[in-house]
Design a protein around this ligand. Sequence first.
Ligand SMILES: [Zn+2]
Ligand SMILES: [Zn+2]
Length: 303
Amino acid sequence: MVAPLSAWPWENLGAFKYLLFGPMLAQVVHSRIYEDGSNYMSSWCFHLFLLWHTRFWFFGIFSSFSNMLFINCGRRINHNGVDFNQIDLEWDWDNFLILQALMASAAYYTFPSLEGLPLWNTSGLITALILHIGVSEPLYYWVHRGFHGQFLFQNYHSLHHRSAIPQPSTAGHATFLEHLILTAIMGVPILGSCLMFNNGSLGLIYCYIVMFDLMRCLGHCNIEVIPHQLFDAFPFLRYLLYTPTYHSLHHTEMDTNFCLFMPLYDAIGNTLNSKSWELHRKISSQIGIWIRLTSQMIVRINL
Ligand SMILES: [Zn+2]
Ligand SMILES: [Zn+2]
């Protein structure tokens, strides 16, 4: 028997899972045809639908980039290729996008004050940043450490770690329970600024979610794109921003580097992998274009 909430509720639907967007799409179409289009719920559904599309293609573009060996072969962290087993395993990586769209619809019905958010409010951005650093980051750190306990790891988190070579779709590859918790963690800065401090905006929701996706893709792209010179110039930045090398180390040495995006919490929790910066420097120093001529022969052109 599988552990409670480990399987996705629409696991048996296959490609028909996208029909779950049907009611949202129907709401938008109905409003455009039969109403004047100003119904806020239809516009909320429109934004959810637009956001889902944007995120889906964003992950796709990041995956394409991480597979462009002709420009990034020298910066690859793990030089092995992704095998067919991993591709099959991560086939439904986008389940969390559906879950988050459904949870956002539920949030709209639960909190009517979400109606009529302004397009932009700068103070909301600051509130969200504070809530992210002060609540979401430590919460994720402790929950992630908890998921490495024997029971939770065996029944839930091991699925994410079964992907031997991280790639952007690996970021979405986890159990239903883990993504429920991650969605709640993402929701803290958004709902906090919109509901508690009344300075949220549509722009904030778009920016926060796209930045969150960007950072998740970055950690799993298997290409070191952060130059070590950045950390040389601003040493404290290495505690505020993780790198692809940093999260890859979590996939190989699982008792270290648990943070969401900020290594500061690993430093506080004494779980920071001592090889993190040295390995990052080594990989990010490899400047040049690598060309794979045959399966055995790789030529490097120094720039
Ligand atoms: Zn983990
Ligand atoms: Zn990971």
